[in-house]
Design a protein. Structure first.
Length: 582
């Protein structure tokens, strides 16, 4: 696609590209039949906004950023989704009977004529980037809106759809074209979630609506979807059931399944859970990336001192190491990273999990099957007959599993597992509550590690920040010197982080190593608070203090650390953060 010479000269005059880069971009554009304005950002020569702002000036049009400036939802009625997505435009505003539409290819004269023809009205063009059009289209119309519109149009062409009282319209449309559209829509929904780094997709039916939410970095965000999606809820659920090899006729009982998916070179395990509700079945899809689970110890977020201590603990020949924390705090990822480090040719490693979240090369892994009586305790008994050196138990949930884990460690095995407690010291009282004798805990426990995940400040929009110093003094025990030396940052919000200011997560840790004194206190049935006080005297760092070091380094914000450590006891935080600036 040949660009006007005057536009090319304008790019050079403004210093956006030099002659050599312009020549390379021109050749690439001609070779692939692409607009020059789109090729220059793709080759990394300039930012898309800069190039398209220059293009707008050249065409004597306005440059707009619809997703940033705000979108009027009423404009959906003025420009149907199927037209907007086909011709690559987004309606921006309406004034004096003229519809302002943002396009990314103003040098294509046929495009504007086509838009005028299909909309049958006066339009005023403005310029924006292709990325802005994609973002604004999803926000304005919702994910897969054009697919939903095509389904409705096809259904109307076939005649009226039978509506059953208390049922879903279009639950079984019986049309191959519509079935293909539902498949396309579900694929779009999952693909959008994967591209947004979503961990869970929630599809929740209500009386008059269907809500779709994505959990990104631990926080739920509502996904934009077209209003017409409610009528196809049953068809969407049926498609997901087929993908997960579930019974599509069973709508009264919960079901669980699994989908294997690939996107590019990345592979994903999608864990599907379906629950019946009064308004239909609600679906949760857990997205597990095989690459993200294969993390090394260095990638987890351990601070240097914590890393050194943890490596020493997992090198023990026998005993129990527990990782504690709420659901979704990254406990299993930490244990997988530990196993990857310990996975040598001279060690036999066996795991029992529910479910197996990541396949570890060279490790024998089992999955519990409660329906046939194969639970954690039975699996542990069987594992002992296979001469393991290291054993991983997905979770200690009951007395039988805890007792078998204790007995396994007593016979010379290193046992790794998870436990649901608020902090590291709480692991002791939790095991005692299960019925384990304190002297057995004292004899076998190597360490208890509490863990949380905090959101990481987005690198693309991070900027200096001045947090409330009184808050830092009260909640983190920070002094003036530490606050002066800190690199406080905050994300302003950008397209990369969905305007949240955060992108990705990192772990903070509280490692309680069982010293002789801690073991004595365990036998004496000391409370979790007393054990934690003693551990702090011995130099243990609390979750809050570990989080403060991340705040100090500019990795996260004080509010984020306080959010995830609100349930954890932060005794003697002043003494725990005195080395934070080192």
């Amino acid at each position: 696609m040949q660009e006007p010479k005057a536009f090319e000269q304008l790019l050079v005059q403004r210093g956006i590209v030099d002659e050599s880069k312009l020549e390379r971009a021109r050749n690439e554009a001609v070779k692939n039949n692409l607009p020059l304005a789109s090729v220059i950002p793709q080759m990394g020569f300039a930012r898309a906004e800069t190039v398209y702002a220059a293009l707008a000036d050249f065409c004597e049009m306005r440059f707009v950023a619809p997703s940033r400036d705000g979108l009027d939802k009423a404009l959906v009625q003025k420009a149907p989704a199927r037209f907007a997505t086909h011709y690559g435009f987004v309606p921006v505003q309406e004034r004096n009977g003229t519809l302002v539409v943002a396009i990314s290819d103003p040098l294509n004269p046929q495009l504007l004529d086509d838009i005028r023809m299909v909309l049958k009205r006066r339009i005023e063009p403005a310029v924006t980037t292709p990325q802005e059009i994609a973002r604004a289209t999803k926000e304005l119309y919702g994910v897969g809106a054009d697919t939903m519109e095509r389904i409705l149009i096809d259904a109307e062409a076939e005649g009226p759809v039978l509506t059953i009282e208390g049922g879903d319209v279009g639950a079984d449309l019986g049309d191959d074209t519509i079935d293909a559209s539902i498949i396309k829509f579900v694929n779009e929904l999952i693909l959008e979630a994967i591209q947004s780094d979503t961990t869970d997709i929630h599809i929740e039916p209500f009386e008059d609506s269907l809500r779709v939410r994505y959990r990104i970095d631990g926080i739920l965000h509502q996904a934009p979807t077209p209003p017409s999606i409610r009528g196809f809820h049953a068809a969407i659920v049926s498609r997901i059931k087929i993908m997960a090899n579930l019974n599509i006729a069973e709508k009264r009982l919960p079901q669980d399944g699994k989908i294997l998916a690939s996107f590019g070179e990345s592979h994903y395990d999608l864990r599907v859970s379906i629950l019946p509700t009064p308004h239909g079945e609600t679906v949760n899809i857990r997205i597990l990336s095989r690459s993200s689970m294969a993390m090394t110890m260095d990638q987890l977020g351990f601070l240097p001192a914590d890393m050194k201590l943890f490596n020493t603990l997992i090198a023990k020949p026998y005993g129990i190491i527990l990782v504690t924390g709420p659901t979704g705090s990254g406990k299993t990822t930490t244990l997988y990273a530990a196993l990857s480090k310990l996975n040598d040719i001279d060690r036999k490693i066996i795991t029992i999990e529910d479910p197996i979240e990541y396949q570890l090369q060279g490790v024998s892994q089992m999955q519990v099957q409660p329906k046939i009586g194969f639970d954690f305790s039975l699996g542990l008994r069987s594992m002992l007959r296979h001469d393991p050196d290291i054993m991983l138990v997905g979770e200690i949930r009951d007395y039988e599993t805890a007792e078998m884990a204790i007995r396994s460690s007593l016979t010379g095995h290193l046992v790794l597992s998870t436990l649901h407690t608020n902090d590291s010291a709480g692991a002791v009282t939790r095991l005692i509550d299960m019925g384990i004798e304190p002297f057995l805990i004292s004899s076998t426990m190597v360490a208890s590690v509490a863990q949380r995940l905090v959101r990481r400040i987005c690198k693309h929009c991070a900027q200096p920040d001045t947090p409330d110093h009184d808050l830092l003094r009260v909640e983190f025990g920070a002094d003036d010197r530490q606050m002066k030396d800190a690199n406080f940052l905050r994300g302003a919000g950008c397209e990369e982080c969905l305007h949240t200011g955060f992108r990705g997560r990192l772990a903070i840790y509280e490692i309680l190593a069982f010293s002789e004194r801690i073991k004595e206190m365990t036998v004496q049935r000391a409370t979790a608070v007393e054990i934690k006080k003693e551990a702090l005297k011995q130099g243990m760092q609390t979750l809050r203090a570990s989080g403060w070091q991340r705040v100090h380094a500019g990795d996260t914000t004080p509010e984020e650390v306080l959010r995830v450590t609100a349930d954890a006891d932060t005794l003697s935080v002043e003494s725990a953060v005195e080395d934070a600036s080192v």
